[in-house]
Design a protein around this ligand. Structure first.
Ligand code: NAD
Length: 360
């Protein structure tokens, strides 16, 4: 099982296999055994650092593990410098790969370190969270946060290889697991009717983390959607923006409620309901609103969003538009499985969409 990301000389494969098979996968790349950095966080290290280090060492690699604190705060200049210090004082050259073992935090931080160390060393993404497997490890966005906002310092830097081991999701806290599924549902809605139907059919077992084959299949199909979008628009100059379905409202929800009140996945699930409402208003004949809404409402959201005022949500969306001209951009659907970017949503329409999104 593999998905190909087609980017010319920067092309790579995303495999859905055990981490035990990593040495064999690496043999099919131009990476050669020698020194490697294994970047991970404390939670992930507790489960996978020793077995993966042993696997790599048995295959001839010399592994330098760097274990960072878990959590979003690790995507900082301070921890980036920790990585630089560890790598450069140990001794690396331009062929020394960085293996990013963990969720999106480790992937984004280690990815940016790989992009900048010695002007670029090889990057291998080993995503262990649902979000990282479905989304963050594929497409080449790497970043750290700045005190003025998330992901403001970064680079597009594609990995040489991604190995997403479905078994690693078993140790993920359940809320992290289901939160990441929101992005899989998003990929289905914007790009793959078959995946949407698959998720409809398997929603109970996939959400309850009860059917590893169905989970692995859903993730692979979701990655295929992202790979197709990224292959067509690597640097988000156009079509890649459709991956932001649900994110205009979603980012505003996270910000207004205070980061951490709603997880990213919960905020995006609510945001997608708003996007669905707007899409159905424009395309009532081609959008099966109730059907899509039913799958969206299956995604668990712990907090009640109705205490957030629309005015504060709208103000947050308005201030977030800073890099996109004068209008707020929304990703809408013209049919299930096909999305586009719209800049002509009025404030009153957005208010109605919010009411729909937060309705019980
Ligand atoms: P995360 O990396 O913080 O992981 C979530 C939690 O799960 C952490 O506590 C982590 O230690 C733990 N964890 C991860 N895998 C585990 C496992 N297998 N077993 C036990 N615990 C495990 O968060 P995330 O949700 O994976 O990623 C969020 C980050 O991804 C954000 O910083 C976001 O900006 C970024 N992101 C990047 C992209 C991109 O395209 N680069 C896309 C989406 C999100």
């Amino acid at each position: 099982m593999a998905v190909h990301v087609d980017l010319g000389e920067r092309s790579y494969d995303v495999h859905f296999r055990s981490l035990d098979t990593l040495p064999a996968l690496l043999e099919d790349t131009d990476l050669r055994t020698g020194r490697c950095l294994l970047v991970t966080d404390e939670n992930v290290a507790a489960h996978y650092r020793t077995p993966l280090t042993t696997t790599l060492e048995q295959a001839g690699w010399t592994v330098k593990p760097v274990v960072l604190p878990a959590g979003e705060a690790t995507k900082s200049a301070e921890h980036l410098h920790t990585l630089y210090d560890e790598a450069l004082s140990w001794g690396i050259d331009r062929q020394t790969p960085v293996f990013a073992l963990g969720g999106g935090v480790v992937g984004d931080l280690a990815g940016f370190a790989a992009a900048t160390l010695l002007r670029g060393v090889p990057l291998v993404q080993l995503p262990t969270s649902t979000l990282a497997q479905v989304d963050a490890s594929v497409g080449g966005k790497t970043a750290i946060n700045h005190e003025t906002g998330k992901n403001l310092i970064g680079a597009f830097y594609q990995p040489r290889l991604v190995c997403a081991d479905p078994a690693t999701l078993d140790t993920l806290p359940i809320d992290e697991y289901t939160g990441g599924l929101a992005e899989a549902v998003k990929h289905a809605i914007i790009g793959d009717v078959d995946l949407f139907e698959f998720l409809e059919e398997h929603r109970t077992s996939v959400l309850a983390r009860k059917d590893r084959d169905a989970i692995a299949s859903a993730i692979e199909q979701a990655v295929q959607v992202k790979a197709d979008v990224v292959s067509a628009d690597e640097r988000e100059e156009g079509r890649r923006a459709i991956l932001n379905f649900g994110h205009t409202f979603g980012h505003a929800i996270e910000k207004v409620a205070g980061y951490g009140t709603f997880s990213h996945g919960e905020a995006v699930a609510i945001g997608m309901r708003a996007g669905l409402y707007l899409s159905h208003r424009r395309h009532p004949d081609t959008i099966p609103r109730d059907r899509i809404d039913s799958l969206l409402r299956a995604l668990p959201v712990e907090e009640d969003p109705s205490s957030l005022s629309f005015d504060s949500i709208y103000a947050a969306m308005d201030s977030d538009k800073k890099n996109q001209g004068d209008t707020i951009r929304f990703v809408l659907l013209d049919r299930l499985g096909h999305a586009y970017v719209s800049s002509d949503v009025s404030e009153s329409e957005a208010r109605q969409a919010w009411r729909f999104a937060i309705a019980a």
